[in-house]
Design a protein around this ligand. Structure first.
Ligand code: IMO
Ligand code: MG
Length: 435
């Protein structure tokens, strides 16, 4: 049976933590397959159902919907221990995580403990990116250096052992040079990887062939981005970025389904901006007084603490300059906006419409961050608090004005608005996203 439902790629268009899991959870209700295509367990995706909160780092956020099959695509770097632990946690909540609905690409590259050690050791004052410490960068590094190990390689333990030892020695040397001598012995690392692999193996598939086949059957496929566009390794605020391409085009590379099958790109932004870790953030609220207070207000009301590392997130105003760039990079068809409720109660709400760089006014998001970038703001009236809702008629007038300003600036319609943490607190403006 052929359905007329479009395949959707959901990407964060800020610095991550836009609330992707909630949108995926909503769309998954009517979808067949949910796919993660990049990143790893550096992601922290939170879903709230009733009073129960589920945080996922590696397993796709579609897993809570019985009708879906969930796929971890080849673009993901895969920590076997984290996968098994996450699986166990879901299982204990009664979620079906059997191999027929939770599938992993056999060509995912493996994150080993030595990748984590190196990730953390590199975070010295001179080279601090503020990573999540999960070994993401070194694992992608090994993949690019042709030193990586793909999950399916463990089917031939002797071969895997030789390759793994090469990768281990390379990392051990680097660690020793940095003065770190407490590295677990190779045998220990390899033995526990082999043990974990036995449990992971039943989940392995060729994700590309699987997704192509599902697509031919007319199944609807959702792609769940991790991190955000401004953390993209090419287009983000390099070097303060993650180690993968987080933009929509990578949904094809990281899953093995061809790019012509990516029908609709949904770009997700918060009503304001947050960032964890170091790096440029022009609209960060740092000026003592009203500005700093607004930032603290967002942090507290929006509970802005990283769900992976627990670090407080830096907070600031919505940056339309960055948003417009991200929309173009992803060819976003429609916008989803989260946390509209968090901004309520502020006397005024600001949006950055331009930057001033070396005395020049621009609407271009820079590729380099050498000069000081000063945001130029437009002030909009604030709005009173409103209860989490699924009806647009419940929204205060000034908040509608804010939404309209974003649409006018970017030229892209806002099709979904999240007004609270709960599943039902979501306004759907475009009928194709109604479930
Ligand atoms: P989700 O999917 C926000 C940030 C880290 C750091 C940089 C590099 O929940 O939106 P890494 O460990 O990837 O090498 O760290 O990227 N970062 C995220 N920030 N949300 C995320 O994921 C992130 N994943 C990585 O804080 O600045
Ligand atoms: Mg997150």
């Amino acid at each position: 049976m052929k359905s007329n439902k479009k395949n959707i790629v959901l990407v964060g268009i800020q610095w991550g933590d836009e609330g992707k899991a909630k949108i995926i959870d909503h769309l998954a209700e009517g979808a067949d397959v949910v796919v993660r295509f990049q990143g790893g367990n550096n992601a922290g995706h939170t879903i709230v159902v009733g009073n129960e909160k589920t945080v996922l780092h590696l397993i796709p956020s579609g897993i809570l919907h019985k009708n879906t099959t969930n796929v971890i695509g080849n673009g993901v770097v895969f920590d076997m221990a984290v996968f098994l632990e996450e699986k166990r946690r879901l299982q204990s909540k009664g979620v079906d995580v059997s191999a027929n609905r939770l599938k992993v690409s056999e060509i995912c590259h493996v994150i080993f403990p030595f990748h984590q050690l190196l990730d953390r050791a590199r975070e010295t004052a001179k080279t601090k990116i503020g990573t999540t410490g999960r070994g993401i960068g070194p694992a992608y590094g090994d993949k690019a250096m042709r030193l990586g190990l793909r999950l399916g390689s463990f089917r031939d333990p002797q071969w895997a052992r030789e390759r793994c030892e090469l990768a281990y020695q390379d990392k051990a040397l680097a660690l020793k040079e940095m003065g770190q001598t407490q590295i677990p012995p190779f045998d220990e690392v390899f033995t526990s990887a082999v043990q974990a692999f036995r449990e992971v193996e039943p989940h392995l598939i060729d994700s590309s062939r699987y997704l192509i086949e599902q697509s031919k059957l007319g199944k609807q496929i959702l792609f769940e981005g991790a991190q955000g566009t401004l953390l993209d390794i090419d287009y983000g605020t390099y070097p303060y970025v993650t180690s993968s391409n987080t933009t929509a085009g990578f949904a094809a590379c990281g899953s093995g389904l061809g790019p012509a099958k990516l029908d609709f790109v949904l770009g997700l932004t918060k009503a304001y901006t947050t960032r964890v870790g170091s790096g440029p953030f022009p609209t960060e609220c740092l000026v003592a007084g009203e500005d700093l207070d607004a930032g603290k207000y967002m942090a507290q009301k929006g509970n802005e603490f990283g769900s992976t590392t627990g670090r407080p997130r830096r907070c600031g105003w919505l940056d339309l300059v960055a948003l417009k760039r991200a929309i173009a990079l992803n060819s976003v068809h429609g916008l989803a906006l989260s946390k509209l409720d968090v901004l309520s109660g502020l006397p005024k709400v600001r949006v950055a419409t331009h930057y001033e760089i070396s005395g020049k006014r621009t609407q271009d998001f820079p590729n380099f961050w050498i000069e000081d970038v000063k945001p130029l703001y437009e002030d909009l009236p604030g709005w009173e608090p409103f209860p989490g809702t699924c009806k647009e008629s419940d929204l205060p007038k000034s908040s509608l004005h804010f939404l309209k300003r974003i649409e006018d600036y970017t030229g892209v319609p806002i099709v979904m608005i999240s007004t609270g943490q709960k599943r039902e607190e979501m306004i759907i403006r475009d009928p194709q996203f109604k479930i």
